[in-house]
Design a protein around this ligand. Structure first.
Ligand SMILES: *Cc1c(COP(=O)(O)O)cnc(C)c1O
Length: 365
């Protein structure tokens, strides 16, 4: 038996006819950048998330760095972020010349809210919360801290489309919610795509201007912006997928439920979700002290797995200049050394999943 860590083609075939019709419609329309599909997607996505505005952008990284930029954060400023995130969150900060201040994660892989306050300094301008693996972080304490210290709140929702905390969707707790629609994400495009959501009308307008060379009116440029436009084809295809997001999410939740129910091996730590939160199960991440052995054992049996992420940003070569030594963030580092993402994707068969569970339960270290 062969089970891949991910199968994106199955997600396409599930709604093949609708995707193909939409693609042809856009191709035949003669309108490929900033047209009706982008506008419609922005309205529909804002409504889905429960935010007033959505602005489509070219990627999740763009959403993050442009958000940091437009919130006025730059050189000399500090942004608090969890140590165990994907490196894009950190790049969103450092591209602007600002400094990331890493805080350890909690047992749910989210930023540990109880460790944030001691990381706040005179220079702190914002907290960036990453709803990692699809789990909505416990936002109440973090929102309160932002109020208390007058900090901006940026949410990295690249993995959490539709995840809820106290019934409210991720992306709506702070100033800006940043989304990626990279193909592997729960709401995935067929290329690069991203967006921000916000309730601030002026800020939404600034994003619209910034993404299009800083221009509101053709050839009149107000600011030095970027080319970060969501394109019509991706927007159209995202609209198709957004129409099915409940089904997409519940299918993954069902796979996660079966893993949690079926995996019985004391060598594995299974993922859990905070009591007032939901997960959309972007990843199903287990921990194992013998991770390398487990990964090899599974590979020998045809089961592919991935590590999200093997090198935490502070130990990455790209951030060597931050001079943060190994041992500074022991929980983050321990997670990086022990996490393993099991196969979870739309279209995964029961048979495949039973096989993965069987293999896991027979692993003896
Ligand atoms: C995927 C991802 C990003 C970056 O999104 P891109 O669209 O690939 O630029 C940012 N943050 C997190 C947590 C991600 O998983």
């Amino acid at each position: 038996m062969n089970v891949s860590p991910n199968r994106m083609d199955l997600g396409f075939y599930k709604y093949q006819k609708e995707f193909e019709e939409k693609a042809l419609e856009v191709l035949r329309s003669g309108r490929y950048i900033l047209g009706g599909e982008v506008e419609a997607f922005e309205k529909e996505f804002a409504a889905y998330v429960g935010a007033k505005y959505c602005v489509g952008l070219a990627s999740g990284l763009d959403a993050l760095w442009i958000a940091v930029r437009l919130l006025g954060i730059g050189k000399g400023d500090e942004v608090i972020v969890q140590g165990n995130t994907y490196i894009a969150s950190v790049m969103g900060i450092t591209i602007n010349g600002a400094t990331p201040v890493f805080v350890e994660p909690d047992e749910y892989y989210a930023i540990d809210a109880d460790k944030i306050e001691r990381a706040i300094t005179e220079k702190t301008k914002a907290i960036m919360v990453v709803h990692l693996y699809g789990v909505a972080a416990d936002m109440s304490k973090i929102v309160a801290l932002c109020k208390k210290y007058d900090l901006k709140l940026i949410e990295d929702c690249a993995q959490s489309h539709g995840a809820l905390h106290n019934g409210k969707m991720t992306g709506t707790f702070g100033d800006v919610g940043c989304f990626s629609f990279y193909p592997t994400k729960n709401l995935g495009a067929f290329g690069d795509a991203g967006a921000v959501v916000t309730d601030d009308e002026d800020l939404a307008k600034e994003f619209r201007t910034f993404r299009n060379y800083g221009s509101e009116k053709r050839y009149y440029n107000k600011v030095v912006g970027a080319n970060s436009r969501l394109d019509e084809l991706q927007a159209g295809l995202l609209r198709v997928r957004l129409n099915h997001i409940e089904e997409i999410t519940s299918e993954k939740a069902e796979i996660a439920r079966k893993y949690t129910e079926g995996i019985k091996n004391p060598l594995l730590v299974l993922p859990t979700v905070p009591k007032d939160s939901t997960s959309v199960w972007h990843q199903y991440v287990v921990r194992c002290e013998k991770r390398e052995a487990l990964m090899q054992y599974l590979a020998d049996r045809g089961v592919g797995t991935l590590i999200h992420y093997p090198i935490p940003p502070h130990l990455s070569e790209a951030y060597a200049h931050l001079n943060i030594a190994r041992g500074t963030l022991p929980i983050t580092e321990k997670y990086a050394d022990t996490v393993l993402s099991l196969p979870i994707y739309n279209g995964m068969t029961d048979e495949d999943q039973k096989y993965v569970i069987e293999c896991l339960n027979a692993f003896e270290g």
